[in-house]
Design a protein around this ligand. Structure first.
Ligand SMILES: Nc1ccn([C@@H]2O[C@H](COP(=O)(O)OP(=O)(O)OC[C@H](O)CO)[C@@H](O)[C@H]2O)c(=O)n1
Length: 329
């Protein structure tokens, strides 16, 4: 490993900002403090640091939950979103947005598609699913190549979900049926006594249509000798997360990625404690710590430095540094 080598390109990653103009408070299970107001200051510090880096990041991946669901009762969804996006915009580089559960607490899919959180115009495919943007069944996913032989693929972890889906859609009906089969609690957000703890209302899954679409992209990446980083709000590999944060059908997604040698890493948010594990196929699964549970005197973001043979994850604050050697290299 040549320590003096310059990266081919770099980019920033940040997760679960969950901004709200609200006093600090505990999470639902009263184990962790959430710093709703200071999340904006941490984002501001992160963007200032990215802006001052010698190798300026080419883009940022925002892993979802950009504002908190508490904005709904406060009636501040729009104003909070504007404040957060204004911070990102100071960077004057592309920001790729993933949608998490808190996006769907604040907005419906049509509103999101019409908002600045729809970053599909930055992708290579403008129409990201076979259906049109306002189709009740469409999913939000796209891909782009930031550098020759590298590709980023952003996926929709809430394709199957009862949050975000219109109750009249087939996907809502099917999602509710599956959720009720797997979760017998009166409160579908509760993971109490579940055999598969990921089957809670605040998670979701990936449809066969999306899986097939992902498979098609990866097939062409395999053929072209690309290295692909896949990113979604929800983790897909149990050792990299608390199991209650997993994608409903994480095994389907995991096995799809593992059979495609182009996939080198999977990035997720949602589990604010973060996590990491390399799977037996060599895919690095990184769950990024959430800004919302990061104390105001700390930090939680990363710069990824991309090299021919590896990625260097340069973490700040709670996010540890890691050298991630590509599978098959
Ligand atoms: N045991 C639980 C946990 C949560 N809820 C309710 O579900 C909604 C979402 O919860 P929230 O903690 O805000 O979701 P995050 O995306 O911030 O975090 C996900 C994981 O918890 C991170 O570890 C909300 O309405 C909660 O009140 C629940 O009922 N029961």
């Amino acid at each position: 490993m040549d320590e003096t080598q310059e990266p081919l390109f770099t980019f920033g990653v940040i997760a679960d900002i969950q901004y709200a103009d609200k006093d600090d408070g505990y999470n639902y299970v009263k184990t962790r403090m959430r710093y709703y107001r200071s999340s904006l200051s941490l984002l501001r510090d992160a963007t200032q640091e990215w802006a001052s880096e010698s190798a300026r990041p080419a883009f940022i991946i925002q892993l979802g939950d950009i504002i908190d669901g508490f904005n709904v009762p406060l009636k501040t969804s729009e104003s909070s979103l504007t404040k957060v996006l204004d911070e990102f915009e100071k960077l004057k580089i592309p920001i790729h947005h993933i949608w998490g559960n808190h996006e769907f607490y604040n907005f419906n899919r049509k509103q999101l598609m019409e908002s600045k959180l729809n970053s599909t115009p930055l992708g290579e495919t403008q129409v990201i699913s076979p259906e049109s943007h306002d189709d009740l069944e469409s999913f939000y996913a796209y891909h782009f190549s930031p550098f020759p032989k590298f590709r980023i693929l952003l996926i929709d972890s809430y394709d199957f979900s009862v949050i975000g889906r219109d109750p009249s859609s087939q996907k809502y009906v099917k999602s509710l049926k599956v959720l009720k089969q797997k979760n017998k609690n009166a409160d579908l957000n509760s993971p109490t006594d579940l055999d598969e703890p990921q089957f809670v209302q605040f998670n979701g899954g990936i449809s066969n249509a999306q899986l097939n679409w992902i498979g098609g992209i990866l097939q062409s990446s395999d053929k072209n000798g690309e290295k692909v980083i896949v990113a979604g709000h929800l983790p897909i590999y149990p050792p990299s997360t608390d199991p209650i944060c997993l994608t409903w059908n994480y095994l389907d997604v995991l096995s799809m990625l593992q059979v495609h040698p182009s996939v080198v890493a999977y990035f997720a948010g949602h589990d604010h404690d973060g996590g990491y594990c390399q799977d037996p196929h060599g895919i690095h699964h990184i769950t990024f710590n959430g800004i919302i549970e990061t104390p105001p005197d700390s930090q939680a973001f990363a710069t990824m430095e991309i090299y021919e043979d590896r990625m260097e994850l340069r973490g700040r604050g709670l996010v540890p540094n890691r050298t991630l050697i590509y599978r098959n290299s």
